[in-house]
Design a protein around this ligand. Structure first.
Ligand code: WT7
Length: 581
């Protein structure tokens, strides 16, 4: 059935069982994402179909059929098993977007372990916090990135195996394992571990306002949500060539850069080089990409390079464009219609939701600047900011909330059930995560603000917390502040988002200095580099402002909101709670 214009028809009587029908799923089949994305597709007669087209620097290009993926993921699964990794253990995947990333991810799931992908630009501090929190048992990485693991390994007693899958085996240290899946004996058959819908699958770390990043734990049952949204929103069809520009270190890159498209047996492309508009257009053209899932920052960057550049490429194959991660401004939607002949469809969701929640649909009228409407089966609302009761007044701002229980919903924050519980308004303090997830009297609160218009379209307003969204990536102020004060010159730090034309927000730090330190250009550079290396380029402050003292409440809490309001030129509000001496 065509997806064009079918949104309204699909609302009444919607049932998630439709996802199973879409995949031709029979009860009793093995519910394991690794198996479903490879073996199951091969068994449908698509063994020789291209699964992955990968391009890297220079002319590097590789393609893999679904059968190649099946055998290679078998190889990874068997290797992890032989090393001693057990089902349920966390296996961190830490590398650039090379084919090995995708293959080791699926191999991990096949043998029942939990895949914990981390962005390869993370520095050693970012890595350490997330590996320690997850109690990670094994890390699969490359020679290029293993150095960061070496720096922190001795502080991670639970990390038993460092597995290097690309590079020069002669350069490894004692205790590190080298594994070249393509040179290893071919593993023709591997029986995937019998996971079920509640078995843990993927662990993604995401930032909050307070504390260090939290591990959103997903389960294999997420596949129903990811598959159906891939089909109905991305509009993936059997003969499509699909490109998701996200890195699997972030949830878009796994839910829609691995799981959704491959369980549908769709060909995916991956471009593992840095961004330039020309390179992206060439990639779209050369691979005859039909479906493209990207992000507002990238779209704004393309826009800056103009429509003339677009017209130099043959992009006639493009059929559907979607966007996620930050507000997609109306100008970008209008521009994409001019440049590509079709609008980018905005989709709204989160690491925690695992799949799209509020989105635009093929054929549904696009109101540029709106996120669209809730996916069928998703009960969404906007809650009053104070009373937390849903309201329906058009245009009135409230908190975006969802009734729990959709298939791709995260199952807990690893080791932080209380924080998980705090995301549900009305929860009882004894309710366990599995009860919260099924309690449809509660609301899961996203942490974002929006309004709904008279036609039921959602309009994003902003976050309800201090988390910074830079280029579609969330960075937690606490993590950056903690790192800043490790620098010898810095006494105290407060980090906020600062408006930016392309990235929406960039990181700005306010700091006070330790006695005896001067803040000149050299010092500023030193602090920036310190954060870039220990955390990541995303977390690096683009601006550092030295203050005599930081604004605080009487109880000594730094007032980030005050600094943010100053930065955004907003009313700074009631200052009476500020320290007065
Ligand atoms: C946060 C979630 C979901 C994949 C990527 C990000 C913001 C996400 C939109 C959108 C405005 C958006 C929200 C949300 N966000 N999509 N279409 N319009 N804001 O996952 O890292 O968990 O970030 O990104 O603030 O809560 P994430």
């Amino acid at each position: 059935m065509s997806n064009i214009g079918s949104y309204e028809e699909r609302l009444p009587g919607f049932d998630w069982a439709i996802a199973k029908e879409t995949l031709g799923w029979q009860d009793g089949e093995l519910l394991n994402i690794g198996h479903m994305a490879t073996d199951r597709i091969c068994a449908q007669g698509k063994a020789e179909k291209t699964a992955l087209i990968w391009e890297g620097f220079g002319d590097a290009k590789k393609t893999y059929t679904f059968d190649d993926m099946r055998v290679i993921t078998n190889g990874y699964a068997r290797f992890l098993q032989e090393v001693g990794v057990q089902p349920g253990d966390r296996v961190c995947i830490f590398m650039d977007k090379s084919p090995s990333l995708y293959q080791s991810f699926l191999g991990t799931l096949k043998m029942g372990a939990v895949a914990q992908p981390l962005f390869s630009a993370f520095g050693d501090d970012s890595l350490e916090v997330r590996l320690a929190s997850a109690g990670t048992r094994a890390i699969v990485t490359t020679q290029k990135h293993v150095k960061k693991v070496r720096k922190i390994q001795e502080r991670l007693p639970e990390l038993k195996h460092v597995i290097v899958v690309e590079g020069n085996p002669a350069k490894l240290r004692e205790g590190e394992l080298f594994f070249d899946v393509e040179a290893a004996p071919r593993v023709e058959n591997f029986e995937s571990y019998k996971t079920d819908e509640n078995s843990p699958s993927v662990l993604h770390y995401t930032s909050g306002t307070t504390g260090q990043p939290k591990g959103a734990q997903h389960a294999h049952g997420s596949v129903w949500g990811q598959a159906l949204t891939s089909s109905w929103v991305l509009d993936l069809q059997d003969d499509d060539v699909y490109w998701c520009t996200a890195d699997p270190g972030w949830v878009t890159g796994t839910s829609y850069g691995i799981i959704g498209p491959w369980v549908l047996g769709v060909t995916q492309c991956v471009l593992d080089v840095g961004f330039t508009s020309a390179r992206w257009y060439k990639f779209l053209q050369d691979n005859k990409v039909t479906i493209w899932y990207s992000a507002p920052t990238a779209i704004r960057s393309l826009m800056r390079d103009g429509t003339d550049l677009v017209k130099q490429y043959d992009l006639k194959h493009l059929r559907n464009l979607c966007s996620v991660g930050e507000p997609l401004n109306a100008e970008a939607v209008v521009w994409s219609e001019e440049a590509f002949g079709r609008p980018f469809l905005d989709t709204f969701w989160q690491t925690e939701t695992g799949a799209m929640m509020i989105t635009n649909y093929p054929g549904m009228k696009v109101k540029p600047g709106s996120m669209g409407k809730p996916f069928p089966g998703i009960e969404a609302a906007v809650l009053d900011l104070k009373t937390h009761v849903p309201h329906t007044e058009p245009g009135k701002v409230g908190l975006i909330a969802f009734r729990p229980g959709w298939p791709a919903m995260f199952r807990t924050y690893r080791g932080q059930e209380d924080v998980y519980r705090s995301k549900f308004f009305g929860a009882d303090e004894n309710e366990k995560p599995e009860e919260l997830r099924k309690n449809t009297n509660l609301w899961y609160v996203s942490g974002d603000r929006a309004s709904i218009d008279a036609d039921g379209y959602y309009w994003f307003v902003g976050r309800d917390d201090d988390v910074i969204n830079t280029g579609g990536h969330l960075v937690g102020p606490f993590e950056i502040e903690s790192a800043l004060i490790e620098h010898e010159a810095i006494a105290e730090a407060a980090v906020v988002g600062k408006p930016d034309k392309v990235n929406m927000e960039v990181v700005k730090a306010f700091v006070t200095l330790n006695p005896g330190f001067d803040f000149d250009d050299m010092m500023e550079l030193s602090v920036m580099n310190f954060i870039r290396k220990s955390l990541s380029p995303l977390a690096m402050p683009q601006e550092i402002e030295v203050m005599e003292k930081l604004p605080k409440t009487r109880s000594g809490k730094i007032l980030r909101r005050y600094l943010k309001a100053l930065e955004w030129g907003e009313d700074v509000g009631d200052l009476s709670t500020l320290e007065d001496d």
